[in-house]
Design a binder for this molecule. Structure first.
Ligand SMILES: [Fe+2]
Ligand SMILES: [Fe+2]
Length: 282
């Protein structure tokens, strides 16, 4: 491990782009149950590109709405505040996250598709387990691998050493840590911290591969961990010859899930992703 490398990585976290402006304004509204729909509408409607994409997606097969909608106000009414905010955040992050990422076998759009799949899976999981007060799980899942955007170049630079460890059965995220002194989960958590995201979201990103390390506010971390495993089981987000990981037994027990529940979640996610093809390929 090269300490100069590590300080270069940490400097790069500091210069990583800020959260896209509209998302930064809208996300706090998700945490304010009393925020008015008019305020949300105001933030969206003056951004023509965002409005056009929002209407296109709201009218897509994913939501299966009975009639065509043509205004931001209708979209808020039909989807509800929470769903609409999730959707808009997703669209705001797409510009940043659609870039190709070296080091992780991620072509242009690869990180984006994987991130949306994990967000969709996490959302389904919350619904099927009837978990309340987990509105932010979608955002946490969407951003869980954002650290790869900083760490990719460094992983690429030390790929041989990392791959040798992975070939011996060590998981990719642990190999990153041994070789680079940090990993994409740690870097992602630092990015979210620099964006002033709530602690529970920071934890979810920090511990998505190692949820047993999470000591407090771990509900989002548990959910993102399981959603990521389900999505990896369908071949999305695997790097090189990294093996398909198993979910933490403690997390499964906490959530009351078994491996068949993860298989069912993976299957549902494949179906939901097919309905989102327009967003993902656009
Ligand atoms: Fe990851
Ligand atoms: Fe992932």
């Amino acid at each position: 491990m090269d300490p100069n490398n590590l300080s270069r990585i940490l400097r790069q976290v500091k210069s990583f782009p800020g959260m896209p402006t509209t998302a930064a304004k809208l996300l706090p509204l998700l945490r304010e149950p009393d925020s008015s729909s008019a305020r949300i509408e105001d933030l969206i409607k003056y951004d023509p590109g965002l409005t056009a994409n929002l209407l296109k997606l709201t009218n897509s097969a994913y939501f299966g709405l009975p009639s065509r909608i043509s205004s931001v106000r209708q979209a808020i009414l039909l989807l509800g505040r929470k769903r609409l905010l999730q959707l808009v955040t997703t669209m705001c992050m797409s510009g940043l996250m659609k870039k190709s990422v070296p080091g992780y076998d991620l072509p242009q759009g690869g990180l984006w598709r994987h991130s949306v799949a994990v967000a969709v899976a996490a959302d389904r999981l919350v619904q099927s387990l009837k978990i309340t007060q987990a509105d932010e799980v979608f955002t946490a899942a969407l951003l869980h691998d954002i650290g790869k955007m900083v760490l990719g170049d460094y992983v690429q630079g030390d790929l041989k050493g990392i791959q040798e460890m992975v070939a011996k059965g060590i998981s990719f995220d642990v190999a990153e840590y041994v070789v680079l002194g940090t990993n994409h989960a740690d870097i992602g958590a630092r990015i979210l911290k620099s964006w002033s995201m709530p602690e529970e979201l920071v934890h979810a990103v920090a511990w998505h591969h190692d949820p047993d390390q999470c000591k407090e506010n771990c509900r989002l971390s548990d959910l993102v961990h399981v959603a990521n495993i389900a999505v990896r089981s369908i071949g999305s987000g695997m790097t090189g010859n990294d093996s398909s990981p198993e979910a933490s037994s403690r997390v499964l027990a906490r959530l009351g899930l078994d491996p068949s529940g993860i298989a069912a979640l993976a299957e549902q996610t494949v179906q939901e992703m097919a309905k989102l093809a327009d967003l993902l390929n656009g």
